[in-house]
Design a protein around this ligand. Structure first.
Ligand code: CU
Length: 176
């Protein structure tokens, strides 16, 4: 009697756990959070940085391929005075589908201050929309000081690469 009870219970528990696994993996594959849509993770000028010269182009890099339709993926750049200074539509790079650029016309008489970049994207992979904004600062009297807030991982990666390169370049210790 007891064995029978266990026999019934085991497949049920198995089914239940399989169902849970399916639910979890199903959610992950249907709507992956790593990477999350065509989210902007890097830019030129760098996100949060201070540059000593007003740029004429803003470029962003995303985590997924960008749908190139300007109604779906675009950039809007605002001057420190709050004017929309981006010219026309952002264009997705022909060589890198995770890169999009736009020309901007900064006020040459008043270039200093905080610029806001608003971005909208639709992923070319899963059609998911996303949007966000970041800032960079122009200070013509300052030395360029990138503040790697969102690009921390990239910087660490570059540093690691540099360290690896250095250790590879090091001459082996010669023993007498
Ligand atoms: Cu997505």
């Amino acid at each position: 009697m007891r064995t029978f009870y266990y026999r019934l219970q085991l497949p049920f528990a198995l089914l239940l756990s399989m169902g849970l696994v399916y639910l979890v993996t199903g959610t992950v594959s249907a709507h992956s959070t790593i990477p999350a849509h065509a989210k902007v993770n890097k830019a030129i000028p760098a996100i949060g940085s201070t540059v000593s010269q007003a740029p004429t182009t803003v470029t962003v890099f995303t985590l997924e391929n960008i749908n190139p339709d300007p109604n779906k993926s675009n950039l809007f750049v605002y001057s420190p005075a709050g004017d929309l200074i981006s010219q026309g539509n952002a264009k997705v790079s022909l060589t890198n589908p995770e890169e999009m650029s736009i020309a901007i016309k900064p006020d040459s008489a008043h270039p200093n201050g905080v610029y806001v970049v608003r971005w909208i994207t639709v992923s070319a992979l899963d059609g998911d929309p996303d949007q966000g904004a970041f800032v960079f600062t122009v200070n013509t009297g300052a030395v360029t000081t990138p503040t790697p807030v969102a690009t921390k991982t990239a910087s660490i990666g570059t540093m690691r690469k540099a360290v690896t390169q250095q250790s590879q370049d090091e001459e082996p210790i010669k023993r007498p």
